[in-house]
Each structure stands twice: as structure tokens, then as C-alpha cells.
Design a protein around this ligand. Structure first.
Ligand code: PHE
Length: 340
């Protein structure tokens, strides 16, 4: 019985090799005979299990070689005849206008985001991303904002109904606390991403937006380093003559804290409106990382110090592209998106 199987396989191999594959019309008969569901090889492949144990391995090998030979022969022939047959047919009218290529674009938020990441990338900041559904510890507690702390009200939070203690991150500082618990200084990272706050949606604010936050921790990092880093950024982003100022402010996770304004100017009515008549425009929050935050995350505040900053992206995109309403960024209206 086994010898019969062997002989049968050899016979089919002969047949495959001598099959007259001469043009496209011979492809289908070949396929039916050796590859289709009714191919001659099918029962021989199925018979592997019946061959007596001592010969099974050799038989299995040979029958699979036959199958491979059939597949390769078919593929080669198809390539040869297939390409020939595609050349026939009417010659296209070369006078017709060409079809225009529809080209996609980067979303304006992505463009501004990429630019910010690129600028800080040049001075050694690398990008770290993490989850948007966070726990209270990484979003608040580690960042010196314990339960009942009034500062939790600064960022109206969406909690997940079915997952106690879980929330949509209100800032990407949560990525920083995650990173600090896993890495020791020197740390120089940027955390870009989407954040959520329960805010009334209007032309100027939305319940979701994007941030880039930065964190730098090492020995002897000072406020002067922070200022210099931010000045570098402002000049790259807004032009060589950009002027900045730091105004004292408050964040639970930094001490001292500041807000940075850039000088926008007072050239026309709109400038007066968006800068509230001062010519200055706030674009980010920053400060020296509070020693308590370092402590919470397992970094020795006696040895290390650092600064952090965080900025909203929509705001900068609105300024850059003169977009009057933040909602446009989330509506995916092609008439809007095609302009960038
Ligand atoms: N996390 C703050 C916010 O979302 C921004 C910030 C980051 C401020 C780092 C200071 C330092 O508003």
C-alpha cells in the first residue's frame, strides 16, 4: 500500500514537470489538476497518516515536495502569462486630462505639536507617551494634590463611573509622575497628548484638548535654566525677536510657579482683544518641581532638582493660523482641514 502511494507521488511529479503550460489558457487546467480542491495530490496528502510509521516521514516529505513543485510551477507560469495578457486591450487616450492626486494633510494640531517636539528635541528632550485613563495617584496625589486639596478644583475632572478611582487625565503631568517612579535622573522628557476637563464648550474652551509638558531633572537645575530653555523655545517658535516674561503663579506641583507670556504686540484691534489690551499673551505654566513631588516619586530631593512646564496646543494653533473657534479642530470638516 505504501509503495503504491510513493509510486503515485512520483507519477504526479512527472506529470507536473511535463505539463504543457504554454499560454494563459493552460493555467486553469493545471490548477484544477494539481492545486484545486479536487487535485490529484489531495488524497495523497491526506494519506500521510495511513502510511506505516517507518516510512511516514519520508513519504510526507516527498508528497509535500510535489505540492510545492505544483505551487511554484503555477506561480511562475501565472507571472509569465499574466503579465502578457495584461498588455492587451485598447490603448488609452493619451490626450485625456490626468486624474488629480488627492493628497492628505497633517492636522493643524499635529503640525504645531510636531514643531514643539522638534524644537525641544534639539536640546535633548525625548518624547514619552502614556495612558489617557489614569488613576488619581498619578494625576493628582503624586503631584502634590492630595484628596480634598482645593487645587483639584482647578481642573474639573471626568471620573469613570464604572471604575472607581479612574479618571480621564486632566493634564499630561500624569505621564511625568509615571516616568519619575520608574526612572532616576537625569530626566529630560516631553509628554505630548490629549487631556480632558469638564469645561463648558465654547469658542475658547473645550472639554478635550492637547498639551505638551516638559520635565527636566538633574543635579543643580535652577530657575535660570528654566527661563533660558523657555526663551530658546519662544524664539524658535515665534521668531528671533520674541520676548517673554514670567509672572508668578500657583501650581501645586511646582514651587515657585510661574506663567509665561510672550509679547504679541498691539498692532490692531484683534491684538487688543486677545491680549486684553496688554500686548502680552499667556502661553504656558511652569515652575521648579516641588521637592514633595520628587519625594513621592522616589527621587531624592536633596540630590536633585528640576523644572517642569506645560502648554496647551490648541491655543497656539489658534494664534498661528488665526482660527477664531477652538471647536473647528475637533469637527473634522474637510473644508477647514484642507486649509493647512
Ligand atoms: N499641568 C499644568 C496644567 O495642566 C501645567 C504645568 C505643568 C504647570 C508643569 C507647571 C508645571 O495646567
Amino acid at each position: 500500500m505504501s509503495t503504491d502511494h510513493f509510486a503515485e507521488v512520483e507519477r504526479i511529479i512527472q506529470e507536473i514537470q511535463s505539463f504543457p503550460l504554454e499560454d494563459a489558457t493552460s493555467l486553469e487546467p493545471f490548477r484544477l489538476q494539481f492545486l484545486g480542491s479536487k487535485s490529484q495530490l489531495k488524497p495523497l496528502l491526506a494519506a500521510i497518516g495511513q502510511v506505516e510509521a517507518a516510512q511516514r516521514k519520508a513519504y510526507g516529505l516527498r508528497v509535500n515536495q510535489a505540492r510545492q513543485l505544483a505551487e511554484e510551477t503555477y506561480a511562475l507560469a501565472k507571472e509569465r502569462f499574466g503579465s502578457a495578457s495584461e498588455n492587451v486591450g485598447p490603448i488609452p487616450d493619451l490626450g485625456l486630462p490626468a486624474l488629480s492626486l488627492v493628497q492628505g494633510r497633517r492636522h493643524p494640531i499635529s503640525q504645531v505639536m510636531d514643531r514643539i517636539l522638534e524644537i525641544f528635541g534639539r536640546i535633548g528632550f525625548s518624547v514619552v507617551e502614556d495612558r489617557e485613563v489614569e488613576d488619581e495617584w498619578h494625576n493628582f496625589t503624586a503631584l502634590n494634590t492630595p484628596d480634598d486639596h482645593p487645587a483639584r478644583d482647578m481642573q474639573d475632572t471626568y471620573y469613570l463611573r464604572d471604575f472607581p478611582g479612574r479618571l480621564l487625565r486632566t493634564h499630561s503631568s500624569s505621564v511625568q509622575s509615571r516616568y519619575m517612579t520608574k526612572h532616576q535622573p537625569p530626566i529630560r522628557i516631553l509628554a505630548p497628548g490629549r487631556v480632558y476637563r469638564n469645561e463648558t464648550i465654547s469658542a475658547r474652551s473645550h472639554c478635550q484638548f492637547h498639551q505638551v509638558e516638559g520635565l527636566y531633572i538633574d543635579q543643580g537645575v535652577s530657575m535660570a535654566d528654566l527661563r533660558q530653555t523657555l526663551l530658546f523655545f519662544a524664539r524658535e517658535m515665534f521668531g528671533k525677536d520674541a520676548r517673554i516674561r514670567l509672572r508668578p503663579s500657583y501650581f501645586p506641583f511646582t514651587e515657585p510657579s510661574a506663567e509665561m507670556d510672550i509679547y504679541w504686540g498691539l498692532r490692531d484691534e484683534t491684538d487688543h482683544r486677545i491680549t486684553k489690551g496688554t500686548g502680552w499673551l499667556e502661553i504656558l505654566g511652569c515652575g521648579m518641581v516641588d521637592p514633595a513631588v520628587l519625594q513621592n516619586c522616589g527621587i531624592d530631593p536633596e540630590r536633585y532638582s528640576g523644572f517642569a512646564f506645560g502648554m496647551g496646543i490648541e491655543r497656539q494653533a489658534m494664534l498661528r493660523y488665526k482660527v477664531p473657534d477652538i471647536r473647528y479642530f475637533f469637527e473634522n470638516d474637510l473644508r477647514f482641514l484642507r486649509q493647512f
